[in-house]
Design a protein. Structure first.
Lengths: 322, 291
């Protein structure tokens, strides 16, 4: 039971729900950037929600199955085809031994999750099958897939079902990323803070699993201070500190970067706060040049949004009878 | 020193011990994170000490953010009073300064540098008012360094020089980060040195390379089979300048998996160090060389 990689797509990696517990060594969380879609894909094919799947960005791979399996594609709208015939997204479909799975052009979103019954069976490294490419850790040989790779599959009973549009989630236009100000927020002026939320930003081309850069907004004005010893001379510099997952750093005060699943775990740039946990999945579905706004929330609102996402996941489970 | 706490979204608490870097701030960060680990607080998922700050990741479904904050604040008094003595390790890291690989890389990124007409080492010597590259290498390698943080990428140590503040080497980072840094480059930015554990982007000045792997995700290197990352916060490092021949011999030993790093047990007291830096460092050298 295996899938052979005929063409790899742009950057297709094995991901599960991630590898928490090693951030203090600089090893990031990794795992799917849109974990809601990843869980949904696994539920459709009858896997554990945290089974390893393939995450394809912008462009799908072409895969050949050596045995029958159930497949589901969720996340960004990347239309699947079996032997050239279109299949729906957000719906389980069967494949036979020898079938080829390929993809049309991406219609919306950025990342598609390809779940296969039984899950992708790469070795577990530090508790996860996720790929951390920068550290050459986990996944298939610690890297994105290449033509000629062969991936083993686990045993799975398969599943069935459709997830209707009202149970899915996609970013709005502009995307609204809720954020709790904090960390080094006090380093910028009140006017700069007001403008940061008023501006509509655009996703920059430098947008990947490490982080998403945004451009087109107003440069920040900093509250003047004598730079602390060891911090560096730019007003955006701090003594190197941990960077939380979801934190928004602004090197030089110009272009904010939201760190994501393969985050660098620390460094010397001030951060304005964090995108709340409920909205991190949305970032994984943003294409370069798409507009986005940061929306200020309180901790209570962040926790309410988190509860909303858990309720959405519960509705999905109920819908699929899990 | 009063710790400044701030929430990082709904899953993190960030704690800044001090805006300035100092060994005192680092020790408070280390003792706080040790206390949090020992307390076994439910819902805490990651405990990350850093240079002069630390970060706790938590699951807000298991502990209310406000409750965790109160718990951390209640630990602050004990942490600042704790005796800053550490059972740790000292290790010798061979360095080929002025190596051909970082030289090739720094030449490629000259337009991102403060002084396109000098090498990173020449520039570092100049901004620190040292006579030249040889004097800078001597200043860099003669006294030990403290690992005050591990991170950025997997297993990368940040190192803080164990000398009086006025003698500490300080060099600005590149004007714009490079997109490439050779694996195992010895870098320096602000007051920190580092070892780039993997090849990739970086903004620190590049001084040399070590032949000694410090991160091995395949866990084949004989001394990285239990832990894939060599360094922990609190480790002490002594750079050992080596010649090209010594470097090549070490690379051969690494390739045959018979390279044995020099790592010895040591203890470190911040109070003793502040009283007598030269004496403390001399004792560390004795521990390193087994005398």
């Amino acid at each position: 039971m295996a899938v052979n990689v005929i063409t790899p797509g742009l950057s297709t990696t094995v991901q599960d729900l991630g590898r928490p517990g090693y951030y203090h060594l600089g090893i990031p969380l990794s795992g799917g950037m849109d974990r809601f879609a990843l869980r949904a894909a696994n539920m459709l094919v009858g896997n554990d929600e945290g089974a390893a799947v393939l995450e394809a960005v912008f462009m799908g791979p072409e895969l050949e199955f050596t045995s029958a399996a159930t497949v589901a594609i969720t996340g960004g709208d990347l239309p699947p085809k079996v032997n050239g015939d279109e299949r729906p997204t957000w719906e389980a479909f069967p494949v036979k031994a020898g079938d080829r799975l390929s993809f049309g052009y991406l219609k919306s979103g950025a990342r598609a999750y390809i779940a296969i019954s039984g899950g992708v069976d790469v070795p577990v490294k530090l508790g996860s099958r996720s790929t951390y490419t920068l550290g050459a850790l986990g996944g298939h040989e610690g890297r994105a897939l290449k033509a000629g790779d062969s991936l083993s599959l686990g045993k799975g009973a398969g599943g069935k079902g459709i997830i209707p549009a009202n149970l899915r989630r996609q970013p709005g236009n502009p995307a609204e990323l809720r954020m709790l100000p904090g960390l080094y927020w006090h380093r910028i002026t009140a006017e700069a803070g007001r403008q940061f939320f008023a501006d509509t930003w655009k996703v920059a081309p430098e947008a990947d699993r490490i982080g998403y850069r945004f451009k087109g907004g107003t440069a920040l004005d900093f509250v003047p201070r004598e730079q602390p010893f060891g911090a560096g001379s730019n007003p955006s510099n701090i003594v190197d500190a941990c960077y939380p997952y979801g934190s928004i750093q602004v090197p030089g005060g110009t272009e904010p970067i939201v760190l994501h699943r393969d985050a660098v775990s620390g460094g010397g740039y001030m951060m304005l706060g964090c995108v709340i946990s409920a909205d991190m999945d949305l970032i994984g579905q943003l294409q370069p040049h798409s507009p986005a706004r940061f929306v200020e929330v309180t901790m209570d609102q962040a926790l309410a949004a988190r509860a909303d996402r858990q309720a959405a996941l519960a509705r999905l489970r109920a819908h699929l009878g899990r | 020193m009063s710790i400044r706490f701030s929430f990082g979204g709904d899953e993190h608490i960030f704690a800044e011990v001090s805006e300035d870097m100092s060994l005192e701030a680092f020790f408070t960060s280390l003792s706080m994170t040790n206390a949090v680990r020992a307390a076994g607080i439910k819902g805490v998922t990651e405990i990350c000490p850093a240079n002069a700050s630390f970060q706790i990741k938590f699951d807000p479904d298991r502990i209310k953010p406000g409750d965790l904050l109160k718990e951390l604040q209640s630990m602050e008094g004990a942490a600042s009073k704790s005796d800053a003595t550490l059972k740790t390790r000292i290790m010798e890291i061979p360095v080929l300064y002025q190596d051909p690989w970082t030289h090739e890389t720094l030449m490629r990124f000259r337009e991102r540098h403060q002084n396109p007409n000098a090498t990173d080492l020449e520039y570092a010597a100049e901004v620190n008012g040292l006579g030249g590259v040889d004097d800078f290498i001597k200043a860099h390698s003669s006294q030990p360094w403290f690992v005050s943080m591990v991170g950025f990428v997997a297993g990368l140590p940040f190192l803080y020089q164990m000398v009086e503040r006025k003698r500490q080497l300080q060099v600005p980072k590149y004007l714009r980060p490079r997109t490439d840094t050779p694996k195992l480059t010895i870098g320096h930015g602000g007051c920190f040195s580092c070892i780039y554990s993997v090849r990739g982007a970086g903004g620190y000045q590049m001084f040399g390379v070590t032949p000694m792997p410090i991160y091995d995700p395949s866990q084949k290197v004989n001394y990285l089979q239990d832990e894939m990352c060599l360094f922990k916060p609190g480790d002490i490092v002594k750079w050992k300048p080596v010649t090209r021949d010594e470097y090549d011999a070490a690379i051969e030993a690494v390739e045959e998996n018979r390279f044995e790093p020099v790592i010895r047990a040591a203890s470190f007291s911040l109070t003793e160090f502040n009283k007598d830096m030269a004496g403390t460092n001399a004792k560390l050298m004795e521990a390193l060389h087994g005398r």
